[in-house]
Write a protein that binds this ligand. Structure first.
Ligand SMILES: NC(=O)c1ccc[n+]([C@@H]2O[C@H](COP(=O)([O-])OP(=O)(O)OC[C@H]3O[C@@H](n4cnc5c(N)ncnc54)[C@H](O)[C@@H]3O)[C@@H](O)[C@H]2O)c1
Ligand SMILES: O=P(O)(O)OC[C@@H](O)[C@@H](O)[C@H](O)[C@H](O)CO
Length: 398
């Protein structure tokens, strides 16, 4: 049986990668750092994925009941051995999780060297992060203490992929006895970079779609797609809304998101030499959220806001890209300013932001959380735009 190792058994790991590898009859192993999740999944022995077609609302359910589990920390040696030998490995992790994942890949490389293992392994890297592959290569080299280390020469292929199925926890009314149920859309392919060696494999997973220039596709996804969702969400949250359809139907939230979308795409299009898009296509990036059938929580869209404020993420990334190409990121920074007024007791990051603003001032909060270099003219301009938009939103004690 064909084998796959899925690193990260969270919503996307189970709901997209697990479901897809299972449908293609792979023998799956889930590896995760969360012992409770790994033990729970193993004990339950199955989970279900509900996949709804975003246009028609028609859904299908799939039960995944044949899988193995590994605890990345507790089953460390077994996990490294599995990483070193499994041909198809796919990850669905948060960007910050790649520090440990890269360290583990470095350990797997050492294991391969020690045991003279030379089979080809393909690791599809999945996370919402522009420039992910380069980041992972840099981290692996750091752990191997070899700045020139070439993974491909050792048959370890690091391949960009786009994990983009919407995967959510079920709403209260949809909850069943399945603790690990995932609900989401029904995207049927995993877009992976068109690596030459991978393209020559005869037993490719049937849901892999090989595509050129996936770095550009990732920038389009995060810097022109996720920026729209998150812009809309921060504005709508300030008005007490909770769901994407409310945000997309709100005049102000949708208008700001639409203009942010225009600015973001204009920069990314120039940076990656892409075809222009029509106004209808830009509007679609907002209008797609209008339907109630596929509502998503604004709390999920804005989860971990500090990650989203970072230099390479969905606001500062496209803002700097736009500026580089002579476009003023007016609406992108305006929407991000709403992120700085967002306070939610259930979202610890927002409390950190408010504390920082209270103790050190908004100036420092923006500089630090967005990782902006105030000596750089463009970065300072982005800072000042966020700052002035923020000041517009808060009371002024005169
Ligand atoms: N959920 C979605 O709808 C969605 C859609 C598109 C893209 N994404 C992106 O996919 C990625 C994963 O998102 P998610 O929603 O599945 O997150 P998640 O938090 O549900 O899952 C991540 C899992 O990775 C585990 N983990 C952390 N570090 C690990 C490590 N070093 N090794 C193994 N496991 C580790 C965590 O314990 C967790 O279970 C993110 O980058 C996200 O932005 C998510
Ligand atoms: O997963 P995050 O936290 O990086 O971002 C939240 C959502 O924007 C994201 O999950 C999207 O729904 C997904 O990337 C599909 O476009």
């Amino acid at each position: 049986m064909k084998e796959a190792l899925i690193v990260g058994a969270g919503l996307s790991g189970r709901g997209m990668l697990g479901e897809m590898y299972n449908s293609d009859n792979f023998d799956i192993t889930f590896a995760d750092t969360n012992s409770e999740l790994i033990d729970g999944l193993k004990k339950q022995g199955y989970y279900t994925v509900k996949m709804t077609d975003i246009k028609s609302g028609v859904f299908k359910k799939s039960t995944i009941s044949h899988f193995h589990t590994l605890d990345v920390l507790r089953d460390h040696d077994k996990y490294i051995q599995k990483l070193a030998t499994t041909k198809y490995i796919s990850s669905a992790l948060m960007p910050e999780d790649f520090e440990l994942f890269a360290k583990n890949i470095a350990e797997a490389i050492e294991y391969r060297n020690k045991h003279s293992i030379n089979n080809k392994i393909y690791i599809t890297l999945g996370a919402n992060y522009v420039g992910l592959r380069q980041l992972v290569i840099t981290l692996i080299r750091k752990y191997l203490k070899d700045n020139e280390y070439d993974c491909e020469k050792q048959n370890v292929f690091l391949i960009m992929s786009i994990v983009n199925r919407k995967n959510l926890m079920p709403e209260e009314k949809e909850k069943t006895s399945d603790k690990y149920q995932v609900v989401g859309d029904n995207k049927s392919v995993l877009r992976v970079d068109n690596n030459k060696s991978l393209s020559e494999e005869k037993d490719l997973p049937n849901f892999f779609v090989l595509e050129n220039n996936l770095d550009a596709a990732m920038a389009v996804k995060i810097w022109t797609g996720n920026v729209v969702q998150c812009s809309m969400a921060f504005v709508a949250l300030s008005k007490g809304m909770q769901f994407t359809d409310e945000a997309a139907n709100d005049e102000q939230a949708s208008k700001y998101a639409y203009y942010a979308s225009k600015e973001a795409f204009a920069g990314v299009q120039k940076e990656y030499n892409l075809n222009p898009r029509t106004d209808e296509e830009t509007k679609y990036t907002v209008n797609i959220f209008k339907s109630k059938d596929f509502r998503d929580s604004l709390f999920r869209i804005t989860r971990e806001p500090l990650r989203k404020f970072k230099h390479n993420d969905r606001f500062i990334g496209p803002a700097l890209c736009a500026l580089k190409h002579g476009i003023l990121p007016f609406y992108i920074t305006k929407c991000l300013a709403y992120g700085f007024i967002y306070k939610n007791e259930n979202e610890p990051d927002t409390l950190k932001v408010q504390n920082k603003i209270k103790n050190e001032g908004i100036d420092n909060a923006i500089t630090e959380f967005c990782g902006l270099n105030m000596k750089d003219e463009k970065e300072k301009l982005v800072h000042d735009l966020i700052l002035n938009n923020y000041l517009e939103l808060v009371k002024c004690d005169l």
